[in-house]
Design a protein around this ligand. Structure first.
Ligand code: PMP
Length: 412
């Protein structure tokens, strides 16, 4: 019966990982996957997670019953406080509907389904069922919105000439888009470019959201990874909520900042104007969630809840997050130094300073597809063809080797 089913292409990132695993070259490096690695190139179980996990396993009162449809209440409350800020009036006023999801991907999906069912596309956004997404963005955004019947439309983000933010392109799209358009924003540490607006630029972006009545669909997969400070990385989200009149939705993932990739811990938060609206929104999210996953997985959410609610674990987690962010920042400095001072490598935008300026797990080198292919095929350094590298894949043992291949490819 499946004769008519065409073969789908493999996922680019997972294909890259498979090629890396199959490669027998001793100096091979994987800079493709967006997962943190320690200085030995190994996955890192955060000390705070280890502590919480052991306490949970030892606790005989923990059972394996289903969670609520909307998840573990202690988790969703603590997760909302983490991203929105404990003192935020939206929480005290009962205007935040929070649902535990299958990590950030599930939050994006639940958010997309909710928009497709309830956003007033007939009168807002020019009557078009669409969402504006940055060009480029995390590849899954397009797939998720397409599968929910919402057409993704690119807005400018990355300027190849400056290897930085195309602020004029972004703001002119915010101005020209129909009033009440939905825009997806990366809360911090933009994937794949590592290019984030400054605080002043966020203010200007929020001004335009306010004047145009746009809807802010925030995707926050890297809180803590940008600056090492969890509050600092929530700046854009909190600033938009403080404006009060901007409708805001937030997708939150604990995959990266808690190193809980496989546990699938995340949440969707929708901020409403009133408590009544909030209650209706939460009831509908619950209906959607029931038919999609029935109820979310418990273990990872319990681990994160313990970390967020226990003073000692919370202090340890903050240290862990900073350690990851600092190691990445150190790798940025080393790679920049090697290319600039040791190899004196010709740079795409005139210098390699974008490696220092870019934020979070990824760096966009600004190399051509051909140059990337050389690095992959001849250097055995696995990276995507848009020249995105995961800084977390670099360490003190391989950074010079990687720099030497960026140097060779840049001279072609
Ligand atoms: N959004 C962005 C921008 C991401 O980079 C990622 C992870 N690659 C996610 C969402 C979701 O990841 P996860 O489902 O593992 O939380």
């Amino acid at each position: 019966v499946w004769k008519q089913v065409p073969q789908a292409p493999p996922d680019a990132i997972f294909k890259l990982t498979a090629a890396f695993k199959a490669d027998t070259y001793s100096k091979k490096v994987n800079l493709g996957v967006g997962a943190y690695r320690d200085n030995n190139g190994k996955p890192w179980v955060l000390p705070s997670v280890k502590m919480a996990q052991s306490a949970l396993i030892a606790d005989e009162t923990v059972d394996h019953e289903y969670l609520n449809i909307t998840g573990l209440p202690e988790f969703t409350t603590a997760a909302a406080q983490l991203i929105i800020g404990k003192g935020n009036p939206a929480l005290a006023e009962g205007r935040v509907a929070s649902v535990q999801t299958i990590s950030g991907t599930g939050a994006n999906h639940l958010g997309a389904v909710f928009l497709s069912k309830f956003y007033d596309y007939a009168t807002l956004g020019g009557g078009k069922r669409q969402i504006f997404i940055s060009n480029p963005t995390w590849a899954n955004h397009k797939a998720i919105f397409n599968s929910c019947g919402i057409t993704p439309v690119d807005y400018p983000w990355y300027d190849a000439k400056t290897v930085g933010l195309d602020f004029d392109g972004l703001t002119s799209t915010l101005k020209s888009a129909p009033n009440g358009s939905v825009f997806l924003l990366h809360a911090c540490a933009h994937n794949p470019t590592g290019v984030d607006p400054t605080k002043e630029q966020w203010h200007a972006i929020a001004d335009l959201f306010q004047s145009k009545g746009h809807f802010a669909f925030f995707d926050c997969a890297y809180q803590g990874f940008a600056s090492g400070n969890l509050d600092e990385d929530a700046y854009s989200v909190r600033h938009f909520i403080e404006r009060r009149s901007i409708p805001v939705l937030i997708c939150q993932s604990f995959a990266k900042n808690a190193g809980l990739y496989g546990e699938r811990v995340g949440a969707l938060h929708i901020v409403s104007a009133t408590k009544e609206q909030n209650n209706a929104v939460l009831s509908q999210l619950s209906v959607i969630q029931r038919s999609e996953i029935s109820n979310p997985p418990a273990f990872g959410a319990r681990v994160v809840t313990m970390i967020l609610n226990d003073e000692k674990l919370w202090a340890q987690w903050q240290k862990d997050v900073r350690e990851m962010a600092d190691r990445i920042i150190d790798m940025r400095k080393r790679l920049h130094h090697l290319l600039t001072n040791q190899f004196k490598t010709p740079a795409p935008g005139g210098d390699w300073d974008h490696i220092l300026k870019q934020i979070g797990m990824f760096s966009f080198l600004g190399l051509s597809e051909k140059q990337c292919a050389k690095i992959v095929n001849d250097g055995h350094i696995y990276m995507t063809s848009n020249s995105r590298i995961s800084m977390a894949g670099l360490n003190t043992s391989n950074v010079e080797y990687v720099a030497s291949w960026i140097d060779k490819a840049s001279r072609e």
